[in-house]
Design a protein around this ligand. Structure first.
Ligand code: ADP
Ligand code: MG
Length: 732
């Protein structure tokens, strides 16, 4: 356990760090290379790599898009060329890289080395490329072992590029794979995501064709994730057992100055952090991850990185890789990156704003208001209306999809969206939809009805539509929706698969309606306007542009009939609600067994995480807080004894002791109840304790932390062993 000396030493180390300089690649003249010169050098992408002949590439891309069977010969060509490519670059091993339900990535390495006819060669066989068989029993499967076999299979996902990961002493080729059980049930984040993308893609393409955009033969889901994180010096990190074990501080008195002066957001990036960000960008570029934006976030010690958006499946893989790279590069700079949603109480938490849209193969973004083309605007309004309707129908499922023990601390606090899922459209778009709903004119001064709204007007209206609302969980931001409620540590595959399926559900109904109307002889454009109007009318009450933090909103939302699943324990019950889950089964994005499995895994993970937190807090109280109080009291008694022997008055010292005794009494009172909870509740079946943990034990632990913070403020600095907030947040 850390001691006071430890904390002094940590401060000393943190304050004396030098920033790290890397060897940036140079050209033959010694000038720095442009990023475009080395971008993607660690990526083997079948759509661009020179190692694959064009005719084979065409076939492979066709397989990737259509999902038809891969020809063994083509797979053989890929296996051979990627082996040469990787081993030429020094790779010794390959691995199937996948995303189990832990939320992080998993990999099992095998050497390229094979012995053939007694001689060593480097080889990756077709079957090794296509399929792997990791032991599934040690990865979360939600008790599925009784239902399924423990065996799990990984299968190559040829829609996501392979990449090289560099260790200190060698490289590994990572092959992105899906991960399924023996019976074909998805044990991972990727499989349902892929299903949701292709189902939505199919329905959205059909939609475009129905309304006469026949040039579109494919619609893809586009995703861009803004990733927030904190950096803390590793000397502080390792002096805080709570950070090491849980990723968040379980207690800590707020720094007197934190973010109230609003001086950190977009502020000058300190050199040591800048050195980290530059190395991170460099590594990401080599991995073909198009990092675009980097800046300070609102809280001290908090930062953000956002790559350029891409196809949803690649974006999901890239986000996993990005989080891993943030952690890895941070370490090289003697930082630890905290991806937890709420590492520190009282200041902003971290989210991962998932920007989402639909675009066809011609580059047409369905959520982009048109500049010139009136038809585009009809599509735009229809697309917006469909997404809003999707959120209305499936807000419970969307809330469930972002639920985690760590996101619970962020939702509804310090600029994070609340747990009520609503849609923010900005005042302009809301006004337009309101007119649709009421069948009114858009802008009486212009004298045009909405049904005749012309392109220029809409473009003008949208141009200045820069409203931002940080308190909204789901916001329209110009040409895309931003799912802001997703937590910073989340694997996006899960929430995006739910969002896709929700939108798919409305597309299906829209298409059915359009088909029927067109059959009756209604013009497609007219039919589209009618169904848009229907969706707007049905879903208008899920639109909310106001302050998501206000108590009025909570009450208003209840009047509107919007669900409010306050905690993860509440939200996960949605997985058991047949009515709310029906759309996932109908669309075949998930099957029943997969939903049950997720319920079990998520409930268990919630409970396990909380148990770890509660035990750590217990340790901190015993090993740090109470000893600090006793040390302080001892020193006070020493002073008093000496004063008394010299016949000096000790009334004031007595008052100080009284104050500290009072705090200790309060601490002990809560601590006793807390101890009972630990003894009686922990270790029970997760499903039996999750509600108790969320509604009673967690608040108790927060009450306990509060008294600890009061004590931290009372105790002289020299008796306090845990690094303090102001040190962790400001020393860099
Ligand atoms: P802001 O949200 O502040 O407007 P940006 O415009 O930079 O910020 O966008 C944030 C993220 O949204 C970036 O990752 C960006 O690439 C992504 N993005 C932009 N357009 C789209 C789109 N059509 N589909 C998905 N993501 C997009
Ligand atoms: Mg944004």
């Amino acid at each position: 356990m850390p001691s006071r000396e430890n904390r002094v030493q940590a401060r000393f180390e943190a304050m004396n760090r030098k920033f790290r300089v890397i060897d940036y690649p140079l050209d033959s003249k010694g000038d720095q290379l442009n990023v475009s010169d080395f971008y993607g050098e660690n990526v083997f992408d079948i759509s661009t790599t020179k190692e694959i002949p064009d005719d084979v590439r065409k076939e492979l891309l066709d397989v990737a898009r259509s999902g038809k069977r891969l020809d063994k010969n083509h797979a053989d060509i890929v296996a051979n060329s990627v082996t040469k490519w990787a081993t030429d670059r020094g790779a010794t091993h390959f691995c199937h890289w996948f995303q189990p339900l832990t939320g992080s990535s998993a990999e099992k390495h095998d050497a390229f080395l094979t012995i053939k006819n007694g001689r060593p060669i480097e080889r990756l066989s077709v079957s090794q490329l296509l399929q792997g068989e990791p032991d599934a029993s040690s990865l979360p499967h939600g008790g599925s072992r009784s239902t399924f076999e423990a065996r799990g299979y990984t299968t190559w996902d040829l829609t996501s590029p392979m990449f090289l990961v560099e260790g200190p002493n060698g490289k590994t080729l990572c092959i992105p794979t899906a991960y399924v059980s023996y019976e074909g049930h998805a044990l991972d984040m990727k499989t349902p995501l892929l299903r949701s993308i292709s189902a939505l893609s199919e329905e959205a393409t059909k939609f475009l064709k129905l309304i006469g955009r026949t040039e579109a033969d494919h619609v893809g889901v586009t995703i861009g994730c803004e990733q927030e994180y904190f950096l803390v010096d590793k000397a502080f990190y390792y002096s805080r057992p709570d950070l090491v074990m849980t990723g968040r501080t379980m207690m800590g008195s707020s720094a007197v100055k934190n973010q109230q002066l609003e001086d950190h957001y977009f502020g000058v990036i300190p050199d040591r952090v800048m050195a980290f960000m530059q190395e991170l960008d460099y590594e990401l570029y080599r991995l073909g991850i198009p990092a675009k934006t980097r800046h300070n976030e609102v809280a001290p010690g908090q930062y953000e990185i956002a790559p350029i958006f891409s196809d949803a499946n690649v974006a999901a893989d890239n986000n996993q890789l990005l989080m891993a790279m943030i952690r890895k590069v941070a370490e090289r700079h003697d930082f630890v990156a905290l991806m937890h949603e709420k590492p520190y109480q009282g200041i902003n938490g971290s989210g991962k704003h998932v920007n989402w849209s639909l675009a066809d193969n011609t580059g047409f973004n369905l959520l982009e208001p048109g500049q010139q083309d009136p038809h585009q605007n009809t599509v735009f309004l229809a697309a917006v209306a469909m997404v809003v309707e999707a959120v209305r129908r499936h807000s419970g499922a969307l809330r469930m999809a972002i639920a985690s023990h760590s996101n619970d601390h962020r939702l509804g606090a310090n600029e994070a969206p609340p747990s009520i899922i609503s849609v923010f459209l900005g005042s302009t778009l809301e006004k337009i939809l309101e007119s649709i709903k009421d069948g009114k004119k858009v802008d009486s001064s212009e004298g045009s009805t909405l049904m005749e709204i012309n392109a220029k007007q809409l473009a003008d209206l949208m141009k200045d539509n820069t409203d931002r609302n940080r308190t909204s969980p789901f916001a329209f931001t110009g040409n895309k929706f931003e799912f802001r409620a997703v937590g910073s540590s989340a694997a996006i595959g899960f929430p995006v698969s739910i969002l896709n399926a929700a939108v798919l559900d409305v597309f299906k109904d829209t298409n059915a309606y359009l088909e029927a109307e067109i059959q009756k002889g209604v013009a497609p454009e007219q039919a589209l306007l009618q169904i848009t109007e229907k969706w707007v009318k049905d879903s208008f009450h899920v639109i909310f542009n106001g302050d998501g933090y206000s108590q009025e909103w909570v009450e208003e939302a209840e009047r509107r009939g919007l669900p409010n699943y306050k905690t993860t324990a509440d939200a996960l019950k949605v997985l058991k609600d047949e009515k709310q889950m029906a759309f996932l089964l109908e669309s075949k994005v998930y099957n029943k067994a997969e939903l049950d499995m997720r319920y079990n895994v998520l409930v268990e993970r919630y409970v396990k995480h909380r148990e770890i937190e509660f035990k750590i807090l217990n340790n901190l109280v015993n090993q740090n807080v109470i000893p600090a109080v006793l040390d302080y009291k001892k020193s006070l008694f020493d002073v008093m004894t000496q004063q008394k022997s010299l016949k000096i008055e000790t009334a004031i010292e007595g008052e100080v002791v009284k104050t500290i005794n009072l705090a200790l009494r309060d601490l002990y009172e809560i601590y006793t109840r807390y101890q009972t909870c630990i003894e009686q509740e922990l270790g029970k079946e997760p499903e039996d304790v999750i509600d108790f943990i969320a509604s009673e034990f967690l608040p108790l632990s927060e009450g306990l932390a509060e008294v600890c913070n009061r004590i931290e403020d009372l105790i002289p600095n020299r008796y306090w062993s845990l690094p303090k907030y102001h040190e962790m947040l400001f020393i860099k």
